[in-house]
Design a protein around this ligand. Sequence first.
Ligand SMILES: Cc1ncc(COP(=O)(O)O)c(C=O)c1O
Length: 483
Amino acid sequence: MSKQEKAPIFDTLINHAKQRMTSFHTPGHKNGRGIDKKLLDFTGKNMYYFDVTVFPEVDSLHDPTGCIKQAQELMAKAYRVQNSFFLVNGSSVGNQAMLLSACNPGDSVILSRNVHKSVLGGIVLAGLWPIWLQPKVDQNLDIILDAEPDQIAEAIKKFPEAKAVFVTSPTYNGVTSDLLEIANICHRNNKILLVDEAHGPHLRFHRDFPISAVEADADMVVQSVHKILSAMSQGSVLHVNSNRISINRVKKIVSMLQTTSPSYLTLASIDLARRQAVMHGEKLLGQVMDVAEEGRKRINRMKNLFCFTRDDIRSREYDLDVTKLTINVTKTGLTGQEIENILNEKYNIQIDCADVFNLIAIMGIGSTRSDVNKLVSALNDIDNKHHGAQKNLDFDLPSLTTEMVMIPREVLLERDSKRVPLRKSVGHISAQTLTPYPPGIPVLIPGERITQEACDYIIELSEKDIRISGQETDTLRTIKVVK
Ligand SMILES: Cc1ncc(COP(=O)(O)O)c(C=O)c1O
């Protein structure tokens, strides 16, 4: 048996379950006996034998010496990296661990404004200065593209003191950056490359996918094993593949950020997801790619729907994970959210997310041809029923030459805030993030001086009834600023 066929955490838990031990440890449900009957009737009782706490037989996530250590080593081998750490609070905690591991308080990091919200959390926890890059909005595809290599190179030139560069690849739409070039730029300039690859744990397991961050020589990479592979929710992994990072520091930080009562069900599922991906990933993911591409072709034969292709994205010097279907609905006369509701209510289909212009349907290792057939046939119905004037992403995105004048940690943890009328906010320092959807790029981030341009833009958006995430009040008449 090859080593990768093993699943040390799962095997240990099965052995433990067979012993039917009398439990005087947490959790209180005692091997499922105390679980509410409604839940027990639905799930059956076996899984609760796996819901144990730390004791020598099942090892400790915080100081692994047994099955968790072995499972993490197998994970590192599977991805050909130096070290892998299992995470039980998703890639959210992974992003924070990367920033805290790579940077010291007061360091600066180059990153796009469209990063996941956990990244601002990491910047606050680590006490970092963010150097924000403005991502591009592709007006034809109505999507955001993460920073380009040239933008990163320019930022490094302008801010040579930056310690690290943080990239999100793939994006929510499955678009990957030119990571080989970005890694090259970073390492030539002695910068650490951190990649949020939450949406890309599978890329490594099929040669037809875009290159993954671990293969492109990123220093640290976080992946949500639960998003596309078969781990349970919250199951993620942090890979470290660099001599620029102190592994002892990573160990301390990952331990500092995680619960002392990790879900062993989640840990076992990460372990098995790695085994499955190594043993069967090529076949399973190849099938998912094939059915996704068939679905894409059929959608592109419809009159009012459009699903961009890998060639479309490659012509823009990015690449695409084809298992993500971004379906542009602008010619139906309906918004993405309206179609999301129709799919949900009439066709029993739940897609991942929608905005005014697009639906995003995410496929995973469990997706099947019949799922795609169901989606395509529902979209076909909708396509035949709805046609309207094409909407475009015709916002004049301001260049937003915002100025970071206060470190986000100080704004959010050390200073009081107050609300001022939006129209009188110019010159104040923002104490909140305001992100209009679309396009999903923050206009203001804590620590930025509010410019006339940003203020006018927010007023214009609020008058157009655009949803602004973070506004905290029903109407956007006031804005939270540093007192
Ligand atoms: C790009 C990106 N990074 C990080 C995360 C956080 O991942 P998790 O849900 O595993 O905490 C998400 C979640 O959707 C994401 O889209």
